[in-house]
Design a protein around this ligand. Structure first.
Ligand code: SF4
Length: 337
C-alpha cells in the first residue's frame, strides 16, 4: 500500500517560447506521489501531460522551460538543481521510459552496450557486475539475456519497450516516469506490458507516473488518476472513483472515447472538436467550446479545482457559489444587449 510522500509538485508552470510569444503548456499543476503509488496521467495529445512529465524529470530543453513552481522529490527541489546534482539522482533515484523505444534506444549499439553505458555513466561497477546486473534486469522484464547481444531493430516492438523498462530499472529507482510506453503496441501487447509493469512494481516497490491518452488502459492499474486539459489538471482523485463517476465532463468524454476492457459493449462517442491553441486559450472554462453541458456562466468564469467527494474537479457545476456566478453572467449579458 502507498505510504510516505515521495514527490510533491506545486504550481508547476512550463512555457514554450514561440515566434507568436510565449505559450503556457503547463499551467499551475499540483501532483503528489506516495512511495509505491501508481499515478495515471491522462488527456488528449497537446494537453500538456508529456511536457509536465519532462518538466518533473528536468528533461525539458529550449524553447520549453520551467517558469514557476516546485518539484520536491525526497525533500529536494529538482527545479533549482544543477545538471551535476540532477545527474546524481537520474537513473539511481528516478528514471524515465520514453514513448518510443525505437527513438530512445541507439540503433547502432547492442542492448548490452547501452546498458553498460548507462551503468558506467552513473556508477563504478566491475565488468562482471555490469554483466550480472544487465542479465538480472533482462530476466526481470521477461527477455532472454541472450538479447543483450541484439540490436534494437532485431527485437519486436514489445521487447524493445521491455528492454527500455529493464534499462530504467538498472539501479532499482524509487520512481519510474513513463511517457506512453505502450502507445506503439497492439492491444494484446499493451495489456501484457501493463500487467508486467504492475508486477515489477509489486516486486520492487517503485512508484510510477504513467502518461497515456487512453484512459481505459490505466483503469485497472493506477491508484490515482490525474486528468489534464489545456495545460491544467481538470480532475484528480482515486482512479476507481474517477472511472465510476467522473466529476468533470472532459473525463466523461475521455471515458466514452475508448472501449472498456470489461462491461457491456457501448458505442464510442468521443469528444467533438480538438484541444485549444494554448497561445490563445478560451476565456473562462477552457473546455467550454467543446463541453456538452456548458452553461451561460462557463465562458466568463475560470473554474478552480473544487472538492467533489474524494476527487477534485475544475468545473463550475461543482462551484459552491454557482448561483452568484450565473447571476453575474446574466447581468453582463443584459448590459451587453
Ligand atoms: Fe463544462 Fe462549464 Fe464545467 Fe467547463 S465549467 S466543464 S464548460 S460545465
Amino acid at each position: 500500500m502507498p505510504s510516505a510522500r515521495m514527490l510533491e509538485v506545486r504550481d508547476l508552470r512550463v512555457e514554450y517560447a514561440t515566434p507568436r510569444g510565449s505559450v503556457r503548456a503547463v499551467d499551475g499543476v499540483d501532483l503528489d506521489v506516495d512511495e509505491g503509488e501508481f499515478v495515471g496521467v491522462v488527456g488528449e495529445s497537446g494537453c500538456g501531460k508529456s511536457t509536465m512529465l519532462f518538466a518533473i524529470a528536468r528533461l525539458l530543453s529550449p524553447p520549453a522551460g520551467i517558469t514557476g513552481g516546485s518539484v520536491v522529490f525526497h525533500g529536494q527541489n529538482l527545479v533549482t538543481m544543477t545538471e551535476t546534482e540532477l545527474n546524481a539522482l537520474r537513473w539511481r533515484e528516478y528514471s524515465v521510459v520514453m514513448q518510443s523505444a525505437m527513438n530512445a534506444l541507439n540503433p547502432v549499439l547492442s542492448i548490452g552496450t547501452q546498458f553498460q553505458d548507462a551503468i558506467e555513466a552513473h556508477a563504478k561497477y566491475s565488468a562482471e557486475k555490469v554483466r550480472e546486473r544487465s542479465v538480472e534486469v533482462m530476466k526481470l522484464v521477461g527477455i532472454d539475456p541472450i538479447h543483450l547481444r541484439s540490436y534494437p531493430h532485431q527485437l519486436s516492438g514489445g521487447m524493445r519497450q521491455r528492454a527500455m523498462i529493464a534499462m530504467a530499472l538498472l539501479f532499482t529507482p524509487d520512481l519510474v516516469i513513463m511517457d506512453e510506453p505502450t502507445s506503439a503496441l497492439d492491444v494484446v501487447a499493451q495489456r501484457s506490458l501493463m500487467v508486467q509493469i504492475k508486477e515489477l512494481q509489486r516486486q520492487l516497490g517503485f512508484a510510477v507516473i504513467f502518461v497515456t491518452h487512453d484512459m481505459s488502459l490505466v483503469s485497472h492499474f493506477s491508484d490515482q488518476l490525474l486528468v489534464m486539459y489545456a495545460g491544467q489538471v481538470v480532475e484528480v482523485g482515486p482512479t476507481r472513483t474517477v472511472f465510476d463517476s467522473p466529476a468533470h465532463p472532459y473525463s466523461r468524454g475521455l471515458l466514452d472515447a475508448f472501449p472498456s476492457i470489461r462491461g457491456p459493449r457501448v458505442p464510442l462517442t468521443g469528444i467533438p472538436g480538438s484541444p485549444p491553441d494554448l497561445a490563445r486559450p478560451p476565456t473562462g472554462c477552457r473546455f467550454h467550446p467543446r463541453c456538452p453541458v456548458a452553461e451561460e456562466e462557463c465562458p466568463a468564469n475560470e473554474p478552480a479545482l473544487y472538492q467533489v467527494g474524494s476527487v477534485q474537479a475544475r468545473c463550475l457545476l461543482h462551484a459552491p457559489d454557482r448561483a452568484a456566478l450565473r447571476a453575474a453572467a446574466r447581468a453582463r449579458e443584459e448590459v451587453a444587449s
